[in-house]
Write a protein that binds this ligand. Structure first.
Ligand code: PEP
Length: 249
């Protein structure tokens, strides 16, 4: 079985650092690569309690600068790396939707992340309208295009625990809704993403995200086309997240 990855995205949760630490302390290394992206505020405290081998990431970095500058309220890739993070999410649909993040902004973020030595979990996905209008492939291929200039920076083979680039396919309509595409639909999309990436000379694991839980994880995990899961809500429940990790291990 190829290497699988399970990454938790805590979003704006939990309300206290103590609760974040409790979640993180319960994680143990597993046969799949496990990672979490807590609030940036909690990165440093979590780093100090996280078991060796669990990857730590940010949910976002600024596009304005890779390191420092007069950008009030922003947090840079270099600062995140300095706090002990290994990766950052880029392009989550909530950032695209609520913060107007364009392809140009996302490419700057990827460039800064690579510059600082962070891996990137690049999130892509279609809206419900795109899905209904059968535009999923068209939307994904446009979203993937911005990766082309980075092809030479992404090694074909990596002996690192975390590859430099991971793709997370997250249909916008499946995030936090309890809805998911069928397994066959996800496999078809993952196949399409993989073909699109190979035309760009890029090879990266492809995770599925969107309402993954302890009930549906096993069927997703059994697919050779699904390299892992990006998990939102269920990553905040210790038992559910552990069951998802077990399913992919
Ligand atoms: C996400 O936001 O990345 C996500 C997958 O959320 P959920 O698992 O809650 O649908």
């Amino acid at each position: 079985m190829s290497q699988k990855y399970v990454i938790g995205n805590y979003k704006l949760n939990p309300a206290t650092q103590q609760d974040a630490l409790t979640l993180a302390q319960n994680l143990t290394p597993s046969a799949c690569v496990v990672g979490i992206a807590p609030s940036i505020l909690h990165l440093s405290a979590i780093k100090s309690v996280l078991a060796d081998g669990i990857a730590l990431g940010a949910q976002d970095i600024t596009h304005k600068s890779a390191d420092v500058g007069a950008f009030t309220g922003d947090v840079s890739a270099t600062q995140v790396k300095d706090m002990g993070a290994n990766f950052t999410l880029v392009g989550h649909s909530e950032r695209r939707q609520y913060h107007g993040e364009t392809d140009e902004i996302l490419s700057q973020k990827i460039a800064h992340a690579f510059h600082a030595g962070l891996s990137v979990v690049f999130c892509i996905g279609e809206t419900k309208d795109d899905y209904d209008q059968k535009r999923t492939q068209q939307v994904l291929s446009a979203q993937l295009e911005l990766l082309a200039p980075f092809a030479k920076q992404i090694p074909l083979d990596t002996d690192q625990t975390l590859p430099k680039l991971i793709i997370a396919y997250e249909p916008v309509w499946a995030i936090g809704t309890g809805l998911t595409p069928t397994l066959a639909e996800i496999e078809c999309v993952h196949n399409f993403i993989s073909e699109t990436l190979s035309t760009l000379q890029i090879f990266a694991p492809i995770l599925y995200g969107g309402s993954v839980n302890d009930q549906n994880a096993t069927s997703f995990a059994q697919s050779p086309l699904i390299d892992g899961a990006l998990v939102g809500g269920a990553s905040l429940k210790t038992d559910s997240f552990a069951a998802i990790i077990t399913a992919f291990s």
